[in-house]
Design a protein around this ligand. Structure first.
Ligand SMILES: *Cc1c(COP(=O)(O)O)cnc(C)c1O
Length: 380
């Protein structure tokens, strides 16, 4: 079945108890055994829950995987996956990734004695040079947050396979509607379902998806052992959101590209970072690897922090807030908001400057979004 159909039906048949068409919220911690030594399909909600299973099966189908796992947050998904590594292992991560992922790798994994090297993975030679005999995994994210750089997933996966290295891709920015990393050879897909997959800014959640049975067994073991799973109420909300993923992503994509083109022609804008623009240095890779660019991108205003702050404090329709992927438009300043957990020198080295602004373009009418930025720029 096609994506739109799977989003509505995969994992979500009528409920066996009463035929409810919408997956019920199984708000229960425990399940009655059928008899002594005879549990039913579920026994305890940390180990498994029917509402969560519906979401996990749906997400697995959308990414072309065989196993899905739903977590309390995106960070919980990351921490659970990373728990399988310990002293003696070595990891490689792209050098321009989500600030929270960076913090987890540096302050949690390195602290417990697992060396992590941050490498610009757009450079395959640099990747190959960084590989050691004990390199276990490579962490990718594309497009990157907030710089919108792209990584060639098929090329990275091919190199990693030769060395027996597990590949992970954070697919939060595009969702499986616009990019399917497993089809490109990646082993594990990560999502902050908080963003586009839920799409309504009313849940925090995360997911891991794979088609590798051995990895799935390890992830399932850690999810149960650590208790990082998502609760049934949140799973219900994410399931409700995911049904409209295809129509929302098309609307986000259209609005964001329209706004990016308008900004590119604006005299007070220095540069627009959007892979759908012909001016993006990796536009050809975008066309090859993705079927759309989603709703989030960044731009640099002419000037510095003062000009950026003027714009941010003059918007009326855009909301000044962290996060992304909801139906409403948000605007933020990575230097002082989403990326403060990254040391200043690292931010500067990768190009997160104080005049950089990130927008999460919602599905309002594009004319209203342009009008809001137009009036806000008048104050800059
Ligand atoms: C938000 C985000 C995360 C973390 O997810 P939470 O749900 O906030 O824990 C990870 N990666 C990316 C790209 C994100 O945008």
């Amino acid at each position: 079945m096609k994506f739109e159909t799977l989003a509505i039906h995969a994992g979500q048949g009528p409920d066996p108890a009463y035929g409810a068409v919408m997956t019920p919220i199984y708000q229960t911690s425990t399940f009655a055994f059928k008899g002594v030594n005879a549990p039913g399909p579920f026994d305890y909600s940390r180990s498994g829950n029917p509402t969560r299973k519906a979401l996990e099966d749906c997400l697995a189908a959308l990414e072309g995987g065989t196993h899905g796992f739903a977590f309390a947050t995106g960070q919980a998904a990351e921490a659970t996956f990373l728990s399988q590594f310990g002293p003696g292992d070595h990891l490689i991560a792209h050098d321009d990734i989500y600030g929270g992922t960076y913090r987890l790798l540096v302050n949690l994994l390195r602290e417990k004695g697992v060396p992590v090297d941050f490498v610009n993975l757009r450079d395959l030679d640099a990747f190959t040079r960084a590989i050691r005999v004990n390199t276990r995994a490579v962490w990718t994210e594309t497009p990157t947050n907030p710089l919108m750089n792209l990584l060639d997933l098929a090329a990275i996966a091919a190199v990693a396979k030769q060395h027996g290295i597990i590949t992970v891709c954070d697919n939060t920015f595009l969702s499986p509607y616009f990019q399917r990393p497993l089809d490109l050879g990646i082993d594990v897909v990560l999502h902050s379902t908080t963003k586009y997959i839920n799409g309504h800014s009313d849940v925090v959640g995360g997911a891991l998806i794979t088609r590798d049975p051995a990895l799935a067994e390890r992830i399932g073991f850690y999810q149960n052992a650590m208790g990082t799973c998502a609760g049934p109420q949140d799973c219900f909300l994410v399931l409700r959101g995911v049904k409209t993923l295809a129509v929302r992503m098309d609307a986000h994509n259209r609005n964001a590209l329209g706004l990016a083109r308008w900004l590119e022609a604006h005299p007070k804008v220095d540069r627009v970072l959007h892979p759908g623009l012909e001016s993006h240095p990796q536009h050809a890779l975008a066309r090859r690897q993705m079927t759309g660019c989603g709703g989030t991108f960044s731009f640099r205003v002419k000037g510095g922090q003062e000009e950026a702050f003027r714009l941010l404090s003059s918007v009326k329709l855009f909301t000044l807030a962290e996060s992304l992927g909801g139906v409403e438009s948000l605007i933020e300043h990575p230097w002082t908001m989403t990326h403060v957990s990254m040391p200043e020198a690292v931010r500067a080295a990768v190009g997160i400057t104080d005049n950089l602004i990130r927008v999460s373009v919602g599905i309002e009418h594009l004319d209203d979004l342009i009008a809001d930025l137009e009036q806000a720029f008048a104050g800059v």
